[in-house]
Design a protein around this ligand. Structure first.
Ligand code: GLY
Length: 337
């Protein structure tokens, strides 16, 4: 691809990715999620989070911490062949999957993250090691890779990159008129655990926006944007178009909404509505959030119709739909008559 067609392709990809379908109407999750005092509870984005939640629960039941549970759950998705998480994720414009991940532990308010890392099989573990073994919070690019190698993490510079890139490019051209953000073309596993004592941990892992300019970093490794954990209040995490999350520190906002007394679903919905009120895209943001509070109540909301999230307790494990926000909410609140 020459420079001009690559530019056009990137422009087209970002516009198409930002143009997601709008959801009309609400699911019943806001009401039914006020049910659980049955900690531990594990929540994650998308239906592919369900097996990750179940492994996280097993990790807790085997005596692991909430942090161990987050790491193990996310590692499962990273090695599952997912097209938007791990080295099987869609490539950037140079044909290489560049990965972002973060982890945060409520006790001690500690965090670690890696961004734009290449060839590391489990970026979530790299993020945990940044948190635990360094005085830093975030490492990027070659430095993050170097650190991961020093720590003995598994790497794989996939010789098939070029072939995969060509196959992916062909698919993009075929589907270019029918793109929306979904778990096939652009998404993040964000997984949050509250253990039986009420301690909270969370993590995110993604290959980010497919076809992104090399070096582009999304919301997922940015603490407060893709993920935020406050052990006094709760935690929230995002999936969707990172550019529309990270300009608003949106996961932090969801947690702050819960601190003000909102339920998890309402906290997610109000954060989105607040963004939509001032953003030129309105509700056409392609962003979705999950949240959990200190009592183990959980919820989700998104600009997409019926954003699926996974929820697991010792009593059930299922995929639910988040509250779908529609254009009808755009004018709600702020500066009314
Ligand atoms: N939410 C993932 C990204 O935009 O990179």
């Amino acid at each position: 691809m020459n420079n001009s067609s690559r530019r056009n392709f990137l422009l087209h990809t970002s516009i198409a990715a930002a143009t997601t379908s709008l959801g009309i109407g609400c699911s019943t999750t806001y009401r039914t999620n006020q049910i659980t005092n049955h900690r531990p509870v594990i929540i994650s984005t998308w239906s592919f989070g369900k097996p990750a939640n179940e492994l996280a629960l097993q990790t807790l039941q085997d005596g692991g911490s909430a942090l161990d549970a987050v790491e193990q759950g996310i590692r499962l998705v990273e090695s599952s062949g997912n097209s938007s998480v791990g080295l099987s994720g869609n490539p950037n414009a140079a044909g290489v999957p560049q990965l972002d991940a973060c982890i945060m532990n409520g006790p001690g308010h500690r965090a670690g993250s890696v961004a734009g890392i290449e060839g590391v099989v489990h970026p979530i573990t790299a993020a945990r090691l940044v948190m635990e073994k360094t005085p830093h919070v975030m490492l990027v690019g070659r430095g993050a890779r170097w650190f991961s190698e020093q720590q003995g993490l598994k790497t794989n510079d996939n010789a098939e990159d070029k072939k995969r890139y060509e196959a992916w490019l062909k698919k993009q051209k075929q589907n270019s008129l029918n793109k929306e953000i979904n778990s096939d073309n652009h998404d993040t596993v964000t997984l949050i655990v509250i253990d039986k004592n009420g301690d909270i941990a969370g993590g995110c892992s993604t290959s980010g926006l497919s076809g992104k300019i090399p070096g582009r970093v999304g919301d997922s490794p940015i603490i407060g944007s893709g993920l935020y954990v406050d052990n006094e209040v709760g935690a929230a995490g995002a999936t969707g178009l990172g550019e529309n999350v990270m300009r608003y520190c949106a996961s932090y906002q969801v947690v702050e909404n819960m601190r003000q007394g909102m339920s998890p679903t309402k906290a997610c919905a109000e954060a989105i509505k607040r963004i939509a009120r001032i953003d030129p895209l309105g509700m056409n943001l392609g962003i979705n959030f999950i949240a959990i509070n200190k009592r183990g109540e959980f919820g989700a909301a998104g600009t997409q119709a019926n954003f699926p999230y996974s929820i697991t307790t010792k009593d059930f494990s299922e995929v639910r739909k988040g509250q779908a926000l529609s254009a009808a909410y755009q004018k709600e609140g702020g500066n009314e008559k």
